[in-house]
Structures are given as C-alpha cells and as structure tokens.
Ligand binder design. Sequence first.
Ligand code: GDP
Ligand code: IMO
Ligand code: MG
Length: 428
Amino acid sequence: MQHTIVVGAQWGDEGKGKLVDILSERHDTVVRFNGGGNAGHTVIHNGHTYKFHYLPSGILHNKRCILGTGLVINPVDLKEEIESFAKENIQPQIFISARAHLILEHHKMLDSKKGSQKIGTTGRGIGPTYAGKASRTNLRMLDIIQGNAAFRIKKALNELKDYLLAEHLFSERDFDSYITKTSELLIKLGTYYKPMVTDTEVDVQKANAEGKTILFEGAQGALLDINYGTYPFVTSCSTTAGGAFVGGGATPSMNIKILGITKAYTTRVGEGPFPTELRDESGVQLRNVGKEFGTTTGRPRRVGHLDLFALKYAVQNGGINALALTKIDTLAKIETVKLCVGYEIQGKIIDYFPADSTTLKLINPIYQDIETPEDLTPEEWIKLRHKPKSALPKNIANYIRTIENYLGIPVEYLSHGPDREETIQYDI
Ligand code: GDP
Ligand code: IMO
Ligand code: MG
C-alpha cells in the first residue's frame, strides 16, 4: 500500500487540481494539507468546468475529503464553496481539522496593505493568518464549535485590539461593532461546521492502519514555499512534500510516493524573480494560447520557458519521485521553444539555486534549443493513450527524454489538454 503526495514543482498553477482529480479515483481518502483560498484549481470533465479553492477535487469521486491542520480557512468562503457544489448535487464528505486556523476579516484587511501589494498576494488574508498562527493569537476551528464560543471569540479579538487600532484598521467604536458582528457570524458558522470538525490526523492514521490509500494534496508550488521558495516573494506555508507531514497528518514511517506537477513551460502570478520570463510578444502569445489567467484573482500570469535548473532544485529539495508534465498541447503551438539548463551570474556559471531573490533577478539563463513538440489532433492523442513513450512523435518524445535525463526522474503522466481524459499514464 502506497500513499501519494501531489505537489506543485514550480510557482503554482501547474495543473495539480487535474491530477488530484485523476488520482482520487485510486485513493480512499484525499487530504488537502496547506494554504487557503489563495489556491485555485480548475478541473474539466465532459465539458463541465469545476473550480476549487479549498475542497480537494476528490469530492467529484465522492471520496472522503479532509481539510488538514495546515490550512487557513475563511469559514464564509468555504461554506459558499460547499454550497455551490451541493447545488450541483455534489454532496462532499468533508472533514475539517479542529486545529485549522480561521481567516477573519481583519486578516484580509491586513493583506491589502502595502507590504502585501509589493509581493502581489492574492489578498485572501493568507499571510496575516499564518502570522497570527505563529504569534499565537488566532481562533481555530475548534474555538467556534464549543459551547463557550462567544467568550472565546470575544477574548481573542479583544486581545488584538491595540494592535489592530495601531494598524489603523478600525476606530475604537468600529472595533467594538467588529467584535459583535464577528462573534455573531462565527457562532452561526460554528453550528454549521460542527458535524464536520474532527481530529483529522487521527483519521489519517486510522486510514493508514486499515490499509487504505491516502492522497495528500498540496496547494501552490515548491518555489512559493515559505522556507525554500523565492523569499520574500512566496506564500506563507510549506508547499513542498514536508507540508503533508506538518499539516496533513502524514508521518515519516508511511510509504509515500511524491508526484511533482510541472507545466511544459513556466508561469508565475504576482511579483518576484522569474529568470526565464518572456517579456516580449512571444510571452503574450504563450499567455493567450495557454489561457494563462489566474483562477483565483483573474490576473494575467507571467509566462516563460521551462526552467529545468529551478525544477531540479524543486525535485531534489522536495524529494519528488516522478513528474506529471502538463500543457504539452499549449507548448506545441509556440514557435520557439527553449529549455533553461543552467544559471549564469556576472559571467560565472553557478551550481546552486540562489537563496537571495535579488541575486535571482540578475540571473542569465543558459538555454538549450529544442524542437517544438508536435501539435497533435485529439484523434491522434487518443491513439497514443495506451501506448508506451516510444510511440510518441519524435519531438514530444525528445522533450520528455531531455527533461527526464536532466532531472533524473521519470515523467509518469503526460497531460495534453484540460479534460480529465486528456492524460496519458506511463509505466515507470
Ligand atoms: P493548479 O492550481 O495547479 O490546480 O492549476 P490551475 O487549475 O490553477 O491551472 C491550470 C490550468 O491549466 C487550468 O485551467 C487547467 O484546466 C488547465 N490545464 C491543466 N492541464 C492542462 C493541459 O495539459 N493542457 C491544457 N491546455 N490545459 C491544462
Ligand atoms: P495554486 O494552488 C499561483 C502566489 C500569489 C503571490 C504569492 C503570495 O492555485 O497553485 P498569498 O496570497 O499566498 O500570500 O500570495 O503566492 N500564490 C499563488 N500563485 N498559484 C497559487 O495556488 C498561489 N497561491 C499563492 O500570487 O505571488
Ligand atoms: Mg491554481
């Protein structure tokens, strides 16, 4: 019995939602382990588009879905998401960690301040809520489902009063009414969430002991990791496989495979270094062909060549065992394709991924030219579905082989369109 951790291997939006949807079918339980409403995952099946911010796409297969301890949850937004699926007759089996932290209105207000704008955050209150977690001032799911919830909520907010007034988020009078309104809202939400809240870690360990398979779903991507990403242009939690242990209830003794998801090129939303970014007309073309606009904020994504050097850092640092390569169909529509196979700074080749974002901004990528992958019709793709990699057309096969040789791990999934069906799995 082997569990799977799915992680983004770039700066997010690699197609994790699509792969989690596919893999859910073969797992008993799906656990989202990090982030919050900053994530946006699109899954397409039979012409129907589903959008997820919190819920694992495993709900489409009626699997047991867990929102783990590592999450920060806006209880209003999550309720809306659950209800929007219920309207489509999808009644998710959802279990939420009692230990997950709550995103409240003041976290969102803090996230609209200058510092957040410099990073280009999603404005969903993520950073301030994780900051509250570290400074031990937050409310957690468990606080709002207790009999004394009103007391707990008022106490926690009152303790923040001096800080929030100093941040000029409220006047004294406004703050009192903020406490009253928030407390009323959270008590109602507590009643709604109570049947779903549990010790999810215990659930995960029990599932493991019973021989069930667990899929751990990561949001964001390796280069947005708070510890290992392109700090400070990162999100505020662990986005690498370690996050599944910290926030999903996975334990080191479990048998786990780590699947990294990467696009056939690179994208990034928000600010921060991006060595292979295409700032010219070819970037505009790639963005439009790939429909590279954020699921959560609608912002145009920045686009560029596949950065194998950064990907190798993500693979080695995150213990990724195999890859899913997505959007090969988009790359096939681009005239000039290059792979970044090294970094040079001020004339010197470097053999490490710089920790300093200022240094990363000065990088000259070393490129290798490579033939554009063939642009296949849907019928041609269908014929390749149960065939080995050797049956792929020359340029696609060469693109994959070059990536595998450089990274030293196999491509297990090739995704050639947004639909669930537009995916080939290879034996590895
Ligand atoms: P996630 O955040 O990693 O789940 O990725 P997003 O859902 O934010 O962004 C990936 C986008 O690419 C979504 O709109 C998917 O429907 C789409 N997508 C995923 N795989 C493919 C693929 O192989 N080809 C094409 N054309 N689109 C894909
Ligand atoms: P999924 O799960 C892409 C980026 C934001 C910003 C930085 C910090 O869909 O791959 P935050 O709001 O988290 O404090 O913003 O991180 N970011 C993402 N970029 N995909 C995501 O999630 C992201 N979640 C956060 O754009 O640059
Ligand atoms: Mg996304």
